[in-house]
Design a protein around this ligand. Structure first.
Ligand code: NAP
Length: 285
């Protein structure tokens, strides 16, 4: 029987996941299809329950359902449990297991593509949503010295820091600042790594074409990691490179978090070169 997987979100018409996963299934010789399942919030429960049927490998979950799916699953594992955000569901014998593969995807892209070791480093995250939580956990695991979260809703950032503090180890400090008051700019000048965990700069987003930060505050040896992957060279990446600092956009992370989902579903490590080419093609189309 042809197996099935797909992405659950709303909207999902422009998702590059079908292209990435279909290419990976083909390359691995696995008889499976991957669909874009547009799922308005009031149909989420039915969509999730359908995954318990025979032939379903599982699903990826994207905006706006990453937190809403958690209570609909049988168990959450690892980073999904720690962050409360699920971006991958694995089906096993009628049971649904929630995972978060953003942590693994970010850590791999930081290590392999940016060649950056966070151990002891001063880091800053812009944004306090689901992706920011996964990135913060990856930096905690990587032994970052300082994790400074900057976002626009004080109560929400405080909750994120309170949740993550117990997970930090000796040598890692996690703290936050309100984006609006500008006090974070002093820390920005000291940051070795800045991660944009907001959609600022995303194609079709509200602030289309705007970088997430003013690069004049950055040290020239700083690295900026922009989670945004569409366009492939984002406004933030372009502005930071023009300033003379290093920058990487979100496409490698997108592919690696998808590769981790593929491994969880099939037990096989997919060919990420095939996936990155397919994602580039879908983004260019
Ligand atoms: P999310 O849960 O909706 O969180 C978005 C965060 O960005 C929130 O803190 C939000 O602030 C903030 N934000 C949104 N617009 C803003 C603006 N104009 N100014 C300041 N802050 C703003 O989304 P997410 O799942 O964390 O995803 C965030 C971004 O990362 C998206 O662009 C997503 O596509 C990207 N992403 C990429 C990958 C990858 O593999 N490359 C993986 C995951 C996510 P409020 O809380 O105040 O609304």
């Amino acid at each position: 029987m042809t197996q099935r997987a797909g992405v659950i979100g709303h909207p999902v018409a422009h998702s590059v996941s079908p292209a990435m996963f279909e290419a990976a299934f083909r390359a691995a010789g696995i008889d499976a299809t991957y669909e874009a399942w547009d799922t308005p919030p009031d149909t989420l429960e039915g969509r999730i329950n359908a995954l318990r049927g025979a032939g379903f490998l599982g699903a990826n979950v994207t905006i706006p359902h990453k937190e809403a799916v958690a209570p609909l699953l049988d168990v959450l594992e690892g980073p999904a449990q720690q962050t409360g955000a699920v971006n991958c569901i694995v089906h096993r014998d009628g049971k649904l297991i929630g995972h978060n593969t953003d942590l693994v995807g970010f850590a791999r892209a930081l290590r392999e593509d940016a060649q950056f070791d966070p151990r002891g480093k001063s880091t800053m995250l812009l944004g306090s949503g689901g992706a920011a939580r996964a990135v913060a956990l990856a930096l905690i695991e990587g032994g970052a010295g300082v994790i400074y979260v900057v976002a626009r809703q004080p109560r929400k950032i405080d909750r994120m820091v309170v949740d993550l503090k117990p997970l930090t180890r000796t040598g890692t400090t996690i703290t936050w600042a309100y984006w609006g008051d500008g006090s974070y700019l002093r820390s920005l000048q000291q940051a070795d790594l800045v991660v944009n965990c907001t959609p600022i700069g995303m194609k079709g987003g509200g602030a289309n074409g705007t970088p997430a930060l003013d690069p004049k505050w950055l040290r020239k040896d700083a690295l900026v990691f922009d989670l945004v992957y569409n366009p492939q060279e984002t406004p933030t990446v372009r502005a930071v490179k023009e300033h003379g600092a290093r920058a990487i956009a979100g496409l490698p992370m997108l592919v690696y978090q998808a590769a981790e989902a593929f491994r969880l579903w099939t037990g096989i490590d997919p060919d990420t070169k095939v996936m990155i080419e397919a994602a580039r093609g879908a983004l260019a189309a």
